[in-house]
Ligand binder design. Structure first.
Ligand code: ATP
Ligand code: MG
Length: 141
């Protein structure tokens, strides 16, 4: 069993039917929801969360988008959760989803490379960092 950290991004939280569909996809893909909360990224949180991208051309639009409204935050559990969640999300870049994974979450609901519906941690270290930021009382060990 492994934990991962997931975010459903603001444009999806504004669309109840899409949100419900993604929740169903989470459960039918055998993830257990360990923790969830709805919260709008503060500017500080977005800057910390995306610090590895601060020199990228898309950084400002990413931070602006992520602070634009509430997101849903999840701690998810299943075997191989980090990899399986990223597989269910699909590729980062929206044009690729149509070739590689049209049925993935980003394939169905991604609107652009920035508004790509979901986030998933990419390693156990990022899970620790990201859970620590948004679920500070959760004991991950
Ligand atoms: P995430 O970290 O959100 O799970 P990822 O690991 O697939 O996604 P990263 O390279 O870590 O992708 O990028 C983080 C986020 O930055 C992406 O989810 C997306 O919102 C945004 N982003 C990445 N690449 C681009 C791009 N080329 N143009 C615009 N936005 C981008
Ligand atoms: Mg990433």
């Amino acid at each position: 069993l492994q934990l991962t950290f997931a975010i459903i991004k603001p444009h999806v939280v504004k669309q109840p039917l899409v949100l419900e569909t993604i929740r169903d996809m989470i459960l039918t893909s055998n993830f257990k929801v360990v923790k969830t909360r709805r919260h709008a990224f503060t500017l500080k949180e977005a800057e910390l969360f995306y610090e590895e991208h601060r020199n990228k051309f898309f950084y400002n639009r990413l931070v602006t988008f992520m602070t634009s409204g509430p997101s849903d935050f999840y701690i998810l559990a299943r075997d191989d959760a980090i990899k399986e969640w990223r597989k269910l999300m699909g590729p980062t870049k929206v044009f690729k989803t149509q070739f590689e994974a049209p049925d993935s979450i980003r394939g169905q609901f991604g609107l652009s490379d920035t508004r790509n519906a979901t986030h998933g941690s990419d390693s156990p270290e990022s899970v620790r960092k990201e859970v620590g930021l948004f679920f500070p009382h959760f004991d991950i060990e």
